[in-house]
Design a protein around this ligand. Structure first.
Ligand SMILES: [Zn+2]
Length: 190
């Protein structure tokens, strides 16, 4: 049993907890993410702007472009189907968007969510923005929404934070699975 101790004792993991808590649980300890972040620091442009310039295609993980917005796969997903919805313009803040851009992004967010719902039959979503480096944005200079599908049995933050969840699908499989649905958006719009 954990016993009450001094303040310095309290920060040490007790033996009973050490046995059940995975050692590699911190997202930020993932070496590929460090590599990714380091790559971002190389001043050869923004990966999102690059994806925009490449256009729809797997090379940029770009699934869809509307007039001023776009949808991409997250290169380092927290779950299968983890999407990014973002403005095409390189802006850092919601407040930098025009009213038209902001409105279009909301429409595209809903469409992306609807597609994930159809394709993955997920029972919930995490949808949000980390705006600014202090808020945890990996790419703080180019605003982006995350949409992360969630399923029953995935009901607490542990699998995501702990990185214990098996990624059942490769990025290629995910891209190919979602692309026809995003192509369908063009047909829906008139
Ligand atoms: Zn950019």
């Amino acid at each position: 049993m954990a016993k009450k101790g001094t303040e310095s004792d309290s920060i040490q993991t007790p033996d009973w907890a050490r046995d059940i808590w995975p050692q590699e649980r911190d997202v930020m300890s993932r070496p590929e993410r460090f590599k990714y972040v380091r790559k971002l620091l190389v001043p050869d442009g923004c990966v999102f702007c690059r994806a925009r310039d490449l256009g729809v295609g797997f090379e940029g993980l770009n699934l869809f472009m509307s007039k001023s917005s776009m949808v991409m796969l997250n290169k380092y997903p927290y779950n299968n189907g983890h999407l990014l919805v973002l403005p095409q313009r390189h802006v850092a803040s919601l407040l930098d968007l025009s009213e038209a851009e902001a409105a279009e992004l909301q429409v595209l967010l809903r469409r992306a969510q609807s597609i994930l719902q159809q394709v993955y039959n997920c029972s919930g979503f995490n949808i949000g923005i980390n705006q600014g480096a202090v808020a945890g944005a990996g790419i703080p200079d180019h605003l982006h929404w995350h949409i992360v599908p969630r399923w029953a049995g995935d009901t607490n933050f542990f699998p995501i934070i702990a990185e214990t969840k098996v990624q059942a699908e490769s990025l290629e499989q995910c891209y190919e699975r979602l692309l026809p649905y995003f192509r369908g958006i063009d047909d829906d719009q008139s």
